[in-house]
Design a binder for this molecule. Structure first.
Ligand code: NAD
Length: 491
């Protein structure tokens, strides 16, 4: 389906304490990566408006914390109904501001809904525990919310990434201040509208439009207890440091440089599709995209298949756009630099054409760079575009040495038909998410999402069971009503 891009720009407002509020900060303009047209405009929230959102969240959270989880979950059931009913509208919106194709946009929303479904199951599965630990003495677990928390999100998954956090933390009884990317505020405001119509009490979710200063206010504000951040590594690290310096719990997911180990015994069909789709999907703008292909031995037939599939993509139809013109220029420069450093270009996206109606947009085609040297920029830096760098390796050990020298540790995959070879890569890879014959090894719920090294600052994962302990405290209650006659230290 073709992405529908609004012809009239949306007037952007923040959603503060249950009201659609005109910002008092600098003016923001949002352009569609598809054709460069203005699709949203309005002022950012000011510091005092963010403070107001946090204070009213703190008030609203007190009664939400006292609301039984089954009642809180009813809001999330209604939210799911609304999201499914309006999935096409939401998908058009998120694609028009992030550059995704319609199927990619839909898939991201569905993955977000899958996390929502995990949150729906908490009322039945996360029921604490109670045990008589001594005669007449019992211990019990109670999960208690933290209070006001925050979620700071990137442009590249405008619905999925916030849905990693919002349903779970709200279901657990917290109130949230959400600071979406300034590049994709339209989806954020639409989702806030869905939460409101689902019946979420006022003040429990505020969406503040802002940039760096808004993030700093959230990190410094003493009423905010915990922050989930997803974005580039430098910002993730600074948010982690600033938030924890103010005594907050912070889980900050950063960037990535994902490696794929390709062995000669892999199926050419499976690896051709899997590797091509991994580096071209979302135009390479995802933290799980393949970025370096560690080609072990003779894999020429496989590389041909990867190239054929990537070459068949059509910009604006089967492949999406890049978020900004500056990023397109950066990617073209990175290709120029790699060529100057000796790379052979097997497929050159700098010259790809797009339909004339989309010429004002931000485009670059799939690019395959061969004979990249380990340690070079194309081999080590996160480029965040549809570019794959091939490094030739003599064996798995050499490939794993390169993979494990990366500062990042988000994903690593191997394509092979050998169980022992796959196990060797899985066990050696220093990465949080590892795949076998899967180009984008994103774990599906209830398996949690998270990398290691410079791809994540903080402990635990952002979804799954780890997220429950991140967004709550476990209170341990020990009870005795009668004096006991037995002879142990609890009597
Ligand atoms: P970004 O770091 O530029 O922005 C992320 C958020 O931080 C946005 O809300 C932005 O407004 C805010 N921000 C930007 N600069 C800031 C600063 N100096 N101080 C404080 N806040 C700041 O990231 P992006 O370009 O929106 O997203 C792409 C990046 O996100 C890539 O590096 C990608 O790998 C990463 N990412 C990681 C994951 C993961 O799960 N590890 C998932 C998605 C995206």
């Amino acid at each position: 389906m073709e992405v529908q891009i609004a012809t009239n720009p949306t007037q952007l407002k923040s959603y503060i304490s249950g009201s659609w509020t005109q910002g008092e900060g600098e003016n923001l303009k949002v352009f569609s990566p598809y054709n460069g047209s203005l699709i949203g405009e309005g002022p950012l929230a000011s510091e005092s408006q963010i403070k107001e959102a946090i204070s009213s969240a703190s008030e609203a959270q007190k009664s939400w914390a006292q609301t039984p989880i089954k009642e809180r979950t009813r809001v999330m059931f209604e939210l799911r109904r609304i999201l499914l009913a309006e999935q096409d509208e939401i998908t058009h919106l998120k694609c028009s501001e992030s550059g995704k194709t319609f199927p990619e946009g839909k898939a991201g929303l569905m993955k977000g809904i899958e996390v929502l479904e995990y949150a729906l199951s908490l009322q039945n599965l996360d029921i604490g525990g109670r045990l008589e630990v001594s005669r007449g003495v019992s211990c019990e677990y109670r999960r208690e919310p933290l209070g006001v928390v925050s979620c700071i999100t990137p442009f590249n998954f405008p619905a999925m990434v916030p849905m990693w956090t919002l349903p779970i933390t709200l279901t657990l009884g917290n109130a949230v201040i959400w600071k979406p990317s300034e590049k994709t505020p339209l989806t954020a405001l639409k989702l806030a509208d869905c939460f409101e119509r689902a019946g979420l009490p006022k003040g429990l979710l505020s969406v503040v439009l802002g940039k760096k200063e808004a993030v700093e206010e959230i990190c410094d504000n003493e009423q905010v207890q915990a922050i989930s951040f997803v974005g580039s590594t430098n910002v993730a690290k600074s948010v982690y440091q600033r938030g924890t310096a103010h005594g907050k719990r912070v889980l900050a997911l950063g960037g990535a440089k994902n490696h794929i180990v390709l062995l000669p015994d892999a199926s050419e069909d499976i690896s051709g599709v899997g590797i091509s789709d991994s580096f071209t999907g979302c135009a390479g703008q995802r933290c799980m995209a393949a970025s370096v292909l560690l080609a072990v031995g003779d894999v020429e037939g496989h590389i041909l298949k990867i190239k054929e599939r990537a070459q068949s993509l059509e910009l604006g139809s089967t492949m999406g756009a890049i978020i900004t013109k500056e990023q397109v220029d950066f990617l073209k420069g990175a290709i120029d630099d790699a060529v100057a450093a000796g790379a052979k270009v097997l497929l050159d996206g700098r010259e790809s054409s797009m339909p004339s109606a989309l010429e004002g947009g931000y485009w670059i085609g799939p690019t395959i760079l061969d004979h990249i040297k380990p340690g070079s920029i194309a081999a080590t830096k996160e480029l965040f575009g549809p570019i794959i760098s091939i490094i030739r390796c003599k064996d798995i050990s050499e490939a794993m040495k390169i993979q494990n020298s990366s500062e990042y540790g988000n994903a690593c995959s191997v394509f092979t038909s050998s169980g022992p070879a796959a196990e060797k890569v899985v066990s050696m890879a220093q990465a949080g998410m590892v795949g076998v014959n899967v180009g984008v090894p994103v774990p599906r719920e209830p398996f949690s999402f998270g990398g290691v090294s410079a791809s994540k600052f903080g402990h635990g994962d952002i979804t799954g069971s780890h997220s429950l302990d991140f967004w709550s405290n476990l209170k341990k209650v020990t009870v005795k009503w009668e004096k006991q006659n037995d002879n142990n230290w609890m009597s």
